[in-house]
Ligand binder design. Structure first.
Ligand code: C5P
Length: 402
């Protein structure tokens, strides 16, 4: 029952392989998953909604503009409900529509509206599969963080032999299970400190300077690192997030507090991950009372002074932990990241391009390029938990070679 508690949205499009979806749904349910079905109009020509309703135990959703369906679990709820969207079979047409961002029927609308990761299991005639348009669509979708599972090769329904077969239900179920499985071994017993969220730099008792960091990336790292067996301490600025299970949380407000809390961890810290968006400067003076408007004076000057660089200080101590920094850049990502790696004495820098919309600061998804002194790793756009898993795999591998 390795999918217990997982919500899988199975999107079926119109190909002959749709007949395998009844078996696929049964096998996903055997593993404990809750499966809801969305069908395109063409899919219903290959397998009936009644069959899919019977095997999934839920009414099939197939219409974007159905008032009765929207009165139950509407399309936005369905988009939020899913932990994974699995498109199987995914036709050439469905992939072209996903690439273009269509939202004129339920399935593509759900894919656009959902923060969940999306896995695509293509199935079609081999000539359609190898056609340049299809190949280009698959490449673009993969670069946006969609997982592409298959297709398999062999005899096709039309008699051709080649690539284009839907992976077998057992193979697809195994991939879904692997997708959710976090390898418990790779960080077993390792002490990890993670900073997360923004800092607040007080001006007076009621005002502060801060930023829009949500803390989601740091909290995702803490959750997954703990699942990988690490002892995790999460030093967090003010955020609206619940503490991941079995993670020790230290709440702070200012950069100076975060600096102190981080240095206090160094006795038992093997890996330090600085994910926080620390304010570079703080007001030199914090007024004891609320700063009042001055009659007849239209400007106010506040002197700011530099905050300590937390990760640089952590990386400079004797027997420093393995240090991983983040870099939010809008241009020259590689140059700035490598410069930061050296200057802050980090072993890894995870850079994200904050100029691209839909990733990074205060967003559900992220994409990273990770630099060591000699290597580069790309993590494509995905939910922050999926990105956290991949980043921690890189960290674990590099840490073990230290
Ligand atoms: O220098 P910059 O702010 O771009 O560096 C970002 C990285 O350094 C992040 O990992 C951030 O958490 C860390 N940092 C820090 N202390 C600061 C500023 C940034 O630890 N005062």
């Amino acid at each position: 029952m390795s999918l217990r508690g997982k919500n899988i949205l199975l999107g079926i499009s119109g190909g002959i392989a749709a007949y395998k979806c009844a078996e696929l749904t049964r096998r996903l349910k055997d593993q404990g998953a809750d499966v809801r079905i969305v069908m395109t109009k063409a899919a219903k020509a290959f397998i009936t909604p009644l069959t899919m309703q019977a095997v999934s135990g839920h009414a099939v959703a197939d219409d974007l503009l159905d008032p009765s369906a929207e009165a139950g679990m509407g399309h936005i709820e369905l988009a939020k409900w899913a932990d994974l969207i699995l498109l199987a079979p995914a036709t050439a047409n469905l992939m072209a529509r996903l690439r273009a961002g269509f939202a004129d029927e339920l399935l593509t609308t759900l894919c656009l509206a959902s923060p969940a990761p999306i896995a695509i299991a293509p199935a079609m005639n081999m000539e359609m599969y190898i056609a340049p348009a299809t190949q280009e669509n698959i490449t673009v979708l993969a670069s946006r963080g969609f997982s592409i599972w298959g297709p398999g090769e062999g005899v096709q329904a039309c008699g051709d032999i080649g690539p284009g077969r839907l992976l077998e239900p057992a193979d697809l179920v195994e991939r879904v299970v692997n997708f959710f499985t976090v390898d418990k071994q790779i960080l077993a017993g390792v002490n990890i400190t993670i900073t997360a969220g923004p800092t607040q730099e007080a001006l007076d008792p009621v005002r502060y300077i801060s930023n829009h960091s949500s803390g989601k990336m740091g909290f995702s790292l803490a959750e997954i690192a703990q699942k990988m067996g690490a002892h995790v301490t999460l030093i967090s600025g003010p955020v609206k997030l619940t503490t991941p299970k079995n993670v020790e949380r230290v709440d702070i407000l200012s950069a100076l507090d975060m600096h102190q809390a981080s240095l206090a961890q160094l006795d038992c810290c093997d890996i330090f991950i600085a994910c926080a968006a620390v304010a570079d400067y703080r007001p030199e003076q914090v007024a004891t009372h609320k700063i009042k408007k001055q009659q007849g004076i239209d400007d106010l000057t506040i002197k700011l002074i530099k905050n300590p660089d937390i990760i640089a200080d952590v990386a400079s101590v004797e027997n420093a932990p393995f240090c991983v920094g983040f870099a939010a850049e809008t241009q020259n990502i590689e140059r700035y990241a490598l410069d930061k790696l050296k200057r802050k004495k980090c072993q890894l820098i995870a850079a994200n391009d904050v100029a691209k919309s839909g990733q990074g600061f205060n967003s559900e998804k992220n994409a990273l390029t990770v630099f060591s002194e000699t290597e580069r790793f790309d993590i494509t756009l995905a939910t922050k938990k999926v990105v956290a898993k991949q980043l921690l795999e890189i960290i674990a591998q590099q840490y073990s070679q230290k």
